[in-house]
Design a protein around this ligand. Structure first.
Ligand SMILES: *Cc1c(COP(=O)(O)O)cnc(C)c1O
Length: 230
């Protein structure tokens, strides 16, 4: 099986999980995380209909965006200050914002370019030390500060779950959903209407995330790694 066929198999599985959860597949965006493969594999997925891709390094983002400017490129990796100018505008959505300093720089560069950059706040719901992201308790104040930046639109939240523990993953995803609901009270009606996304779930745990309300799943190995079995 090539990447195109594996993409279609994941898509079919996603349709089934959505149906079982009483959700429409149109509510869940499948982001194909192409960070470990080259443009040929991305082309295979595009050929069968993939339109959303994720990259975790600015160089990969720039290279693949240049090769395929007509699909959506999501930035899901660690943000470095000096590479923000490469990400703003190239990424349709930045999933991994977790510092106010970076938010200000994104806002400044987006303003210079006359665009509004969509972002998600990354939250470390599980509290694992190895994970980046805002602590849940500090998210409200960072969100409020971001809402005062005119060239950023905060579209929701992102998290990563602990690996290899389905119950911990479920609690993490439910925690992100509940945090989003709590944060709505800090937002104006317009801000709340834009604050809809829950980016959660990867190759090993996305069905759990879909059942807990994910609106975006980020799937890499299940699509691009021939050896991957769930
Ligand atoms: C690599 C990566 C993914 C995809 O992980 P897989 O296990 O390959 O599906 C999702 N989100 C982030 C932030 C990643 O870095």
């Amino acid at each position: 099986m090539g990447s195109g066929e594996r993409y279609l198999a994941v898509r079919e599985h996603l349709a089934k999980v959505c149906a079982e959860a009483g959700r429409s597949i149109d509510e869940v965006r499948l982001v194909a995380v192409s960070k470990t493969v080259g443009v040929a594999d991305a082309a295979d997925a595009i050929a069968v209909g993939a339109r959303d891709f994720g990259e975790n390094r600015p160089d990969g983002l720039l290279e693949k965006h240049e090769a395929f400017p007509d699909v959506q490129w999501h930035f899901i990796g660690n943000i470095q200050s000096r590479r923000i100018h490469d990400i703003v505008g190239t990424a349709t959505l930045i999933h991994s914002l977790c510092s106010l300093k970076h938010a200000r720089k994104i806002d400044e560069i987006a303003g210079e370019r006359g665009i509004v950059q969509s972002v998600l706040l990354e939250v470390n719901v599980s509290g694992e030390e190895s994970k980046s992201g805002l602590a849940p308790a500090e998210t409200a104040s960072v969100l409020e500060a971001c809402e005062s930046l005119p060239n950023i639109s905060v579209r929701g939240l992102m998290t990563m779950a602990p690996q290899g523990d389905a119950d911990a993953a479920r609690r993490t995803f439910a925690g992100l959903r509940e945090l989003r609901e709590q944060l709505l009270s800090h937002l104006s009606d317009d801000e709340a209407a834009a604050f809809t996304e829950l980016s959660m779930g990867m190759s090993e745990d996305w069905p759990i995330a879909v059942r807990e309300g994910a609106t975006i799943v980020r799937i890499g190995r299940a699509i691009f790694s021939p050896d991957f079995t769930a």
